[in-house]
Ligand binder design. Structure first.
Ligand code: HEC
Length: 113
């Protein structure tokens, strides 16, 4: 019984950890591209105060992310509450974990290619 709970906790805490740190920036960019860019970038409108979800500086300027601090980032609040993406399915726990790691890791740019 105790072992079962411990195992469950281990699995839950490990959501998204199959992605190595080096692949987090590209994985975050993929989520932004697939789920956010249509409303935050494609048409140049400044919804939410920033022109493109793929422009990290714009996200910082709009104060929707706080460098190195996912817990204080509005963007994380929005995806965890399900407010964003505004349409379609909410992000999965694994996807949110990727975005948290990207912010906490200092928002590295994805390797180009
Ligand atoms: C269907 C369009 C749409 C999609 C898809 C979408 N958004 Fe938004 N987003 C908006 C609009 C419109 C606003 C302006 C505020 C409002 O109307 O709710 C906004 C506002 C925001 C804000 C600012 C909230 C604030 O309180 O300042 C953030 C952060 C945000 N979106 C993040 C995201 C992220 C991250 C995704 C993808 C996971 C996403 N959005 C997908 C339409 C969208």
């Amino acid at each position: 019984m105790t072992r079962g709970i411990a195992l469950t906790m281990l699995l839950v805490s490990c959501v998204g950890c199959g992605v190595p740190d080096s692949e987090v920036p590209a994985a975050a960019q993929k989520i932004f591209r697939e789920r956010c860019f249509g409303c935050h970038g494609a048409d140049g409108q400044k919804r939410g105060g920033f022109a493109s979800i793929l422009d990290t500086n714009a996200l910082l300027d709009a104060e929707v992310i706080v460098a190195g601090d996912a817990d204080s980032s509005v963007l994380i609040e929005e995806v965890e509450s399900g407010s964003m993406p505004k349409t379609g399915d909410s992000l999965t726990t694994g996807q949110i974990s990727i975005l948290r790691r990207w912010i906490n890791g200092g928002m590295q740019a994805a390797a180009s290619g």
